[in-house]
Design a protein around this ligand. Structure first.
Ligand code: MG
Length: 247
């Protein structure tokens, strides 16, 4: 029997190549955001996401962030709002901002891409094999800075079929930032299991350190295209490039 009850997985650089996000998902947003906003403008969910982006942009502008252009939903025309939202989305993505308002709109756009057959989630073979085995023996959860919506799409429309039946739950930055130890404490509390019974796998050593501080078991995922690890990470943490070794 494994010495853990829960496996908590990062996505980018862990189950899925980093290149998938930067070479497929992000360009899909950048290429389609203007057209999408115009075509789906009447959709109430699009309006909700636009409101969230506007609130964030107005907060950023008040905080004196140079590139944040305020968006006035009462006085700007729909064309002006769409244009400002598109500019805001491109700026936030350029600086790789992990903010809930941006992630929400991205996730909603990706749903159109996946269900329309333009996008498919890329998974490492060994990760899929391990996830299937783990889901029979223990429980698999996902914790990614990509929104829960985006996670469900990658796993639901993967190049290995629908993997969602193997996943017991999803967390994103709504529970807290991935490099903060309290986020992992909250996840353990939410699942209702001691931190020491959870094995967290991620490519990011700052996330691994935060999970380790919260008392989780940790494994660093080593994949082609991931950032080079520091010597201290190599020395202090268990590393793997094949998840079937962890089963
Ligand atoms: Mg990652």
């Amino acid at each position: 029997m494994p010495d853990y009850d829960i496996v908590l997985l990062d996505v980018e650089g862990t189950t899925t190549p980093i290149s998938f996000v930067h070479e497929v998902l992000f360009p899909y947003i950048l290429d389609n955001v203007d057209r999408f906003l115009e075509a789906q403008w009447q959709d109430p969910t699009v309006q909700e996401h636009v409101r969230a982006i506007a609130d964030q942009a107005n907060k950023d502008a008040q905080a004196g962030i140079v590139h944040a252009i305020p968006i006035d939903l009462d006085t700007d025309t729909p064309e002006e709002i769409r244009q400002k939202v598109a500019v805001n989305v491109r700026w936030q993505m350029k600086i790789d901002r992990k903010i809930a308002a941006l992630k929400g709109l991205q996730g909603y756009m990706w749903r159109f891409g996946y269900t329309g057959g333009q996008l498919q989630g890329v998974m490492f073979d060994d990760a899929v094999q391990a996830i299937k085995k783990w889901s029979a023996d223990c429980k698999v959860y996902i914790y990614s800075s990509g929104s829960v919506e985006a996670q469900k799409l990658i796993f639901g429309f993967s190049d290995h079929g629908d993997l969602l039946p193997c996943i017991s739950g999803h967390y994103d930055t709504n529970i807290g930032l991935k490099q903060e130890s309290q986020s992992y404490t909250r996840i353990a509390e939410d699942i209702g299991i001691p931190p020491s019974r959870i094995m967290f796998i991620s490519d990011n050593e700052n996330e691994i350190r935060a999970a380790d501080q919260a008392g989780f078991q940790t494994v660093v995922s080593v994949r082609p295209g991931n950032l080079t690890l520091t010597e201290s990470a190599k020395k202090n943490y268990r590393l793997t490039s094949d998840f079937t070794e962890l089963i």
